[in-house]
Design a protein around this ligand. Structure first.
Ligand SMILES: NC(=O)C1=CN([C@@H]2O[C@H](COP(=O)(O)OP(=O)(O)OC[C@H]3O[C@@H](n4cnc5c(N)ncnc54)[C@H](OP(=O)(O)O)[C@@H]3O)[C@@H](O)[C@H]2O)C=CC1
Ligand SMILES: O=C(O)[C@@H]1CCC=N1
Length: 271
C-alpha cells in the first residue's frame, strides 16, 4: 500500500526530514510539501521542487486531504493556526506528527477532531544526510500502527528512539538543539587552529574530521567517553595541558547550564 505524506511548513527542519526520507527511498510522488503563501514562500517552493522532485503548494488544506501522514513542521507560534486550518480536511485515520519544540500532544489534540492520532517527534538537522536522531512519543490515541508509520517515514533520517513524552523537552535541549552546540565547537576549534598558525582550510578540515571521528569512535567502540579521553591524554602531555584549560573555564558546567536553559525554554514554548 502506498502511503501519502504532507509536510506542512518546509523550512529548515521540514526540508531536512524530507531530504532524509527521499534519500532513503521514499518516493517523491508520495509527498506534498507546503510553504507560506507569500512571494518568498513561492520562490522557496520552486527550490524545494527542484531539489527534491516533490509537489509543492501553499494550500495546507488541499495537501492534507488524501494524506495518511501529516508532518507539521512550522514554528511553535504558527502551530495552533495551522492545526485549526487543517482539522476539518484531515482524512479519516490520518496520523498527525508534530516536530514543534515544547508543544504537547494534548495541546495539539485540542485543535483536531476527537480521536486523531498524534505523534510528537524531535528530530535534528543531520536528518538531512540520514545521520540524525529523532525521539518520538505517542499522544493519547496514537497506537502501534500510527507510531510505526511515523517511524518508517523517519527511518531514512537516521536513528529513531521512543521516549516518554515527559522527556521530550530534555531531548529537545540535548539532541534537537545539539547540532548547534557541536557546530559552535567545530567553528571554535577551527578558529583556534588558525590562531596557532594553521591555514584556514586545513584547520576546518582537521576540526570537522576530529569531531566526526571522535563521535564515531564513541558510538562504535562501546567504551565510555571518559576511557576514550584517558587514552588521548598522556601524563604531563599536550592533551592534559589543553584539558586543564577547559576545566579551568568550566566547559562541562557550561554544557550542563546550556542544556538546562534549552529545556526551560522548551517548557516555556509549550506555554
Ligand atoms: N531547526 C531545527 O534544528 C529543529 C526545529 N524543530 C522544530 O521544527 C519546527 C520548524 O523549525 P525550523 O524548520 O527551524 O523553522 P523554519 O522557520 O525554517 O520553518 C518553518 C517553515 O514553515 C513556514 N510556514 C509558516 N507558517 C506556514 C503556513 N501557515 N503554511 C505553510 N508554511 C508555513 C515558514 O515560512 P515563513 O518563514 O515564511 O514563516 C517556514 O518556511 C519548529 O517547530 C521547531 O521547534 C525541531 C527540531 C530541530
Ligand atoms: O531552537 C529551537 O527551538 C529548535 C528546536 C530544537 C532545535 N531547534
Amino acid at each position: 500500500m502506498t502511503e501519502r505524506v504532507a509536510i506542512l511548513g518546509t523550512g529548515n527542519m521540514g526540508e531536512a526530514v524530507l531530504a532524509g526520507a527521499i534519500g532513503a527511498g521514499w518516493s517523491p510522488g508520495e509527498i506534498t510539501a507546503t510553504v507560506r503563501a507569500s512571494e518568498q514562500g513561492r520562490a522557496h517552493a520552486a527550490a524545494i521542487r527542484e531539489r527534491h522532485g516533490v509537489a509543492t503548494t501553499t494550500e495546507n488544506v488541499a495537501a492534507v486531504r488524501d494524506a495518511d501522514l501529516v508532518v507539521v513542521a512550522v514554528k511553535p507560534k504558527d502551530l495552533p493556526g495551522v492545526l485549526d486550518e487543517i482539522a476539518p480536511a484531515l482524512a479519516a485515520g490520518a496520523v498527525v506528527m508534530s516536530i514543534a519544540a515544547g508543544i504537547t500532544t494534548s495541546a495539539i489534540e485540542t485543535h483536531l477532531p476527537a480521536g486523531t492520532p498524534v505523534v510528537r517527534a524531535m528530530p535534528n538537522t543531520p536528518a538531512q544526510i540520514g545521520a540524525g536522531i529523532t525521539a518520538v512519543a505517542p499522544g493519547a490515541t496514537a497506537d502501534a500502527p500510527h507510531l510505526s508509520l511515523v517511524e518508517r517515514f523517519l527511518a531514512g533520517t537516521g536513528d529513531v528512539v521512543r521516549v516518554a513524552e515527559k522527556d521530550l523537552d530534555a531531548v529537545t535541549a540535548l539532541s534537537g538543539a545539539g547540532p548547534a552546540y557541536v557546530f559552535t565547537v567545530i567553528d571554535a576549534l577551527a578558529e583556534a587552529g588558525v590562531h596557532v598558525g594553521l591555514k584556514r582550510d586545513i584547520a576546518s578540515r582537521l576540526a570537522e574530521q576530529t569531531v566526526l571521528g571522535a563521535a564515531r569512535l564513541a558510538a562504535e567502540s562501546g567504551e565510555h567517553p571518559a576511557v576514550l579521553r584517558e587514552r588521548v591524554t598522556s601524563p604531563a602531555g599536550t592533551t592534559a595541558a589543553g584539558l586543564r584549560v577547559l576545566e579551568d573555564r568550566a566547559v562541562r558546567a557550561a554544557f550542563l547550564a546550556a542544556v538546562e536553559a534549552a529545556r526551560s525554554r522548551a517548557v516555556e514554548l509549550g506555554g
